[in-house]
Ligand binder design. Sequence first.
Ligand code: PLP
Length: 403
Amino acid sequence: MTRSAEQSPVTAPHPLDFVSLGKIVQIRERLMTAQANGKAVFRFESGDPSFSPPAHVAEALVAATYAGKTHYIPNNGIPELRAALAEKARVKNGLTTVTSDDVFVTNGAMHALNVTFGALLMPGDEVIIPDPMWTEVAENIRLAGGVTIGVKLSAEEDFAYRAADIEAAITPKTTAIFINTPQNPTGALLSREELQAIYDVARRHNLWIVSDEAYEDLVFEPHQHVSIGSLAEANDHRVISIFSFSKSHAMSGLRTGYVITRAELLKDRLPKLLRCTINGVNSVAQWAALAAVTGSQASTAMMRNEYRVRRDIMIAALTGIPGVRPFTPKGTFFVWVELDPSVYDRLEVADADALSSSLAADGIGSAPGDAFGTFYPDAIRFSFSCDTTMVREGSIKLREALL
Ligand SMILES: Cc1ncc(COP(=O)(O)O)c(C=O)c1O
């Protein structure tokens, strides 16, 4: 901190001083600068879909703007959207008893995580999370005063998040179990049986479950997404489900997501946080989201098929390199790669961090393992969310760089 050199009054440490803007952001900025300077770059650090939203979504956004639907809207979301999302949750996710009153529209799943942990946690409360895990989950828990307890995902079992390991991590301070399926960064998917076992642990120990399902539509056949909320008993309101339009409908910049909860405690607290943080999500984005959820889902299927093509290109490029073990994702657009330390000697870098930096110098984006927790420093994540040509050309470069 360099505050002492400034003429500003606040000096005491603040929780925000312990939150990082993240290594991925630094690599992204480096690549974007190189791109702006005309250098060829391969945006394998990015988690942003290359696609545009479907036409009916763009049309709804424009129509809402021309119709003057640009004023303050209800804090928890426009009623039409909340009703449509409740219907979607009942039919598609099997959350059979959900009504519009249980739906809270947020500025993406990121904001959904922020308000959920903000509404749930008291200082010192522990939340069990998988390790590795997309960094912002831990940061949002810390922002709410919580403490993260990382459970190492089992590489031998395809990065399974095992109920037994979760149970072993429970202490008197544990408040919630966080799950993410399919998972960023590993692309692992929890089966119905694994989810049932986690749900049973949560019930036994009377814990909340926060279920981040931002990638629910990005699951590759024959695998299938299961919402843990569908396993909950009718009168059991411990599961809080989080969804997003960012990946499923390529609406990342429109910042629309939602929380579904039937718990009265949260239904009382969430509106207060929504009111004081955003006072309702951008009105025209909500009309666009309504079109996305009620209209044709053909573009979601098309994107999923194209992501599968990209996945296979990237996996093929990463296969057969000494000391490099790519994990074929069942969902998401990430390839998680375990690195044998012999790779560092061969490539003359100190560690995965240095490897990520050296790849960035070649215009290839990545995210090093230690950006996702503590248990997998010898790993690196590559994303195939950028367009297919970039994935194809970048994968050739990446293979050359790692050989
Ligand atoms: C696991 C996970 N959850 C939530 C999000 C947030 O998505 P958004 O805020 O765009 O809806 C992301 C974004 O990358 C993610 O990877």
